[in-house]
Design a protein around this ligand. Structure first.
Ligand code: SF4
Length: 363
């Protein structure tokens, strides 16, 4: 399927959006800069969350690390700590690595074109197009979920937008629509239009300047478009966290690679196929770690929390266990567990799941 347009349709669409944008756009800090570093930061954060939730993170990052050199030089734990709560931590690690790449390979200057930006780690087509157009006025169209939705509705694209072939069609269409004179403004406009006017569930069709030409509106298909196949059901994992405590310390360890939450801190983890772990099994696991349970404290009530990630669902239970004595040194060496006091735990980067547990349990 092709959606390449005639000149009048192309001009009409661009003109309508560029007319709409200045009157409706939100005033956001990254829209007042042409600094590719600041734009890149904002885009990485906004891929993770909505504008309202992302704004404090952006302000925190740009204040803590005003230049790419500052970010590159920061310890990874500290960067993860600033990222805490945004989830999908590999993105934060990639971001940190990219900053180092920019410093080491590009002398601290972001590459100056779309094609060069694509060579940076973690910078895909969308981010490269955003930076190239917003910072350098390069005529390259961005494609994100908002843009897909707007184009699918306005131009009546009825095929699955998640299919790989669709991306090519949309890129072709968006490249036809983006004007040479105002590429940055156009990209901002179409994304903002999707974010606040042509929204997924309740688009404001009544007061929409594209209503007359909009295929979805004219054909009563606003709720049907865009067509998007459902992602595979997320698998459920059952995490049993053993919150091992002794005196005024709690044992945590840094998570290793190749699993969720890499580089973040959590408690001793016992993963099972089911949601339950009887008290007797808790004792067995502690003993397998060389620990001795202070029996009068082993039956503390457990707290259950659920955490949904993009591709898996974690059902976590926390078993608070007081130890009779500290864990042996061999266990610490083998597991990476180490005793921390409350103030130290506060400073460690942790997933939101662990953070929530800690604040609920009063550690
Ligand atoms: S008429 Fe409705 S569906 Fe069409 S572009 Fe406007 S808001 Fe979106």
């Amino acid at each position: 399927m092709s959606l390449v347009l005639t000149d009048p349709a192309r001009l009409w669409f661009s003109a309508a959006l560029l007319n709409w944008y200045p009157r409706h756009r939100r005033d956001l800090p990254w829209r007042h800069t042409r600094d590719p570093y600041a734009i890149w930061l904002s885009e990485v954060i906004l891929q993770q969350t909505r504008v309202k939730q992302g704004l404090p993170y952006y302000l925190d990052f740009i204040t803590s690390y005003p230049t790419v050199q500052d970010l590159a030089a920061a310890p990874q734990d500290e960067v993860l700590r600033h990222w805490q709560g945004l989830g999908y931590y590999s993105r934060a690690r990639n971001m940190h690595h990219t900053a180092q790449q920019v410093v080491q390979e590009y002398g601290g200057q972001f590459p100056g074109s779309y094609q060069e930006l694509l060579k940076l780690r973690g910078v895909g087509q969308y981010t490269a197009a955003a930076i190239a157009s917003f910072a350098y006025d390069e005529q390259v169209a961005v494609l994100d979920g908002n843009v897909f939705r707007v184009l699918a509705r306005v131009f009546g694209f009825t095929q699955d937008i998640a299919a790989p072939a669709s991306r090519k069609v949309f890129q072709q269409l968006a490249d036809t629509l983006i004007p040479a004179e105002q590429p940055a403004e156009f990209n901002q406009a179409i994304m903002e239009f999707g974010a606040i006017q042509c929204t997924p569930a309740k688009p404001d069709c009544l007061f929409c300047p594209l209503q007359q030409q909009c295929f979805a509106f004219q054909h009563g298909m606003v709720q049907e478009l865009p067509v998007k196949s459902k992602a595979k059901a997320a698998r459920t994992r059952y995490f049993h966290y053993l919150v091992l405590r002794h005196a005024n310390t709690v044992y945590l360890r840094k998570r290793g690679p190749k699993d969720i939450w890499e580089g973040l801190y959590d408690f001793a983890l016992h993963e099972t196929e089911s949601a339950e772990l009887p008290a007797v099994a808790v004792v067995e696991v502690v003993e397998s770690l060389g620990g001795r349970v202070a029996t009068n404290r082993a039956e503390e009530p457990v707290a259950a929390l659920r955490h949904v990630l993009s591709h898996q669902k974690v059902e976590a239970k926390f078993h608070a266990v007081w130890l009779q004595e500290p864990l042996p040194a061999a266990t610490l060496a083998a597991t990476g567990l180490a005793p921390y006091q409350a103030a130290e735990i506060e400073e460690l980067p942790k997933s939101i799941l662990i953070t929530n547990y800690i604040s609920n349990s009063g550690i």
